[in-house]
Design a protein around this ligand. Structure first.
Ligand SMILES: *Cc1c(COP(=O)(O)O)cnc(C)c1O
Length: 384
């Protein structure tokens, strides 16, 4: 099976992990802060907090921004469940903003219209979570401008987008947001097996997220409410979690990070090849905007209505031939666990229309051109 995405693990990666296994620390030890510092450096970020998944990072990001019962958080319907669930973990409500028809990212214009209406009803969101779908950055300057006007916070779900750039900024530098979240799941750009990270410019937010990842516990006297009993003393000052990353995972992530730029470049070369080889087929190919550099986590094509077979038939043809095509994403508002809040088909028509036609083709740094050519010939046989 040629999968839609997969990790590349080198001998150096394996050596880095086995070094940790022979060291004094298995769980969070000295390698975690090295990984945090290296990601911050690579992405132009300031403070970085490593956790055991991007889902956990989104959760503590919401908590650190004070999101709770009575608040509403808006995100894109075209995302993985975790971008929305994080608000619900905090007791907040979730609503959605429809996507742009060409980038499949949250539409800044739709956001502006929805905010104007929400202001009239007194139901402005506490935070907005734009998702850099497929690794292509959202219109962050526009979204940030709206945040200044309407007073909401921004968490970028950059699970797909480590290594991406927007204007002259790197995704992760938080120029246009409060917090940026990365995922290091194996299908993403670099991996630590499971793992995630939250980056911020705000030192107080970073300290708060550090506390939340480890039981809400502190050993810093200036964070304590009482007087320290001695050097052994710790206080739980709020309810936190065990969301720590292990040193084994951090060692893998740190070793992978050295190939980040090379891998994103390779994804662009492979995407260029798809663009050329698929140009004559009845498919809408993904748009790469010239003012931003995508990390190209996903290569999604849409099957046009005039194609001889539809998306579902094409999906089965590819799977039967050993190509692990996929679909990103089932719109979150149509999930049964969201429909119970009143969401229904037709609420976010651009996301729903996109979903009916979308299919994700294999794309990862280690995809070889012979395998890519096989995917292309199958598509030609099915669609030409
Ligand atoms: C993968 C993903 C997540 C969750 O990442 P984990 O590290 O698996 O928790 C969140 N948001 C988006 C958009 C993702 O693709």
């Amino acid at each position: 099976m040629i999968p839609y995405g997969r990790q590349s693990v080198s001998d150096d990666d394996i050596a880095a992990v086995t070094d940790v296994l022979r060291s004094d620390f298995l769980t969070q030890g000295p390698v975690v802060p090295r990984f945090e510092a290296a990601v911050a450096r690579a992405c132009g970020g300031v403070h970085a907090v490593a956790v055991n998944s991007a889902t956990s990072a989104l959760h503590i990001a919401c908590l650190a921004l004070g999101i709770g019962p009575g608040d509403t958080v808006w995100t894109s319907p075209n995302t993985f469940l975790a971008s929305a669930n994080c608000a619900r973990y905090c007791g907040a409500a979730v609503d959605f903003v429809d996507i742009d028809a060409d980038t499949f990212n949250m539409c800044a214009h739709a956001l502006a219209i929805k905010l104007a209406a929400a202001e009239r009803n007194g139901r402005l969101p506490k935070a907005v979570i734009p998702v850099h779908f497929g690794g292509q950055p959202c219109d962050m300057a526009a979204i940030h401008g709206l945040a200044l006007r309407y007073g909401f916070r921004i968490i970028e779900d950059a699970s797909h987008a480590i290594g991406a750039r927007y204007e002259d900024t790197r995704i992760g530098d938080c120029r246009y947001s409060d917090i940026v979240v990365f995922s290091f799941h194996p299908v993403k750009i670099i991996t630590s097996a499971e793992g995630g990270m939250a980056l911020t410019k705000d030192g107080a937010l970073a300290r708060h997220m550090c506390r939340l990842r480890s039981h809400g516990m502190t050993r810093e006297s200036d964070e304590m409410t009482g007087i320290s009993h001695g050097p052994w003393y710790y206080e739980q000052v709020e309810l936190g979690y065990n969301y720590r990353l292990t040193d084994m995972q951090a060692a893998l992530g740190l070793s992978q990070l050295t190939r980040l730029d090379e891998w994103v470049r390779r994804r662009h070369e492979l995407a260029d090849r798809y663009d050329t080889l698929l140009a004559e087929l009845p498919l809408d190919l993904p748009v790469r905007r010239s003012d931003r550099y995508s990390a190209l986590h996903l290569y999604v094509v849409r099957v046009r209505d005039e194609a001889p077979i539809d998306r579902a038939a094409l999906f089965s043809r590819l799977r039967d031939a050993g190509v692990g095509a996929n679909v990103h994403y089932v719109p979150v508002h149509l999930q049964p666990d969201y429909r119970r809040f009143g969401f229904a088909p037709g609420d976010f028509p651009v996301s729903e229309a996109y979903y009916r036609q979308a299919i994700t083709l294999p794309l990862y740094a280690a995809l070889d051109e012979a395998d890519q050519d096989r995917v292309v010939s199958l598509l030609k046989a099915a669609l030409a």
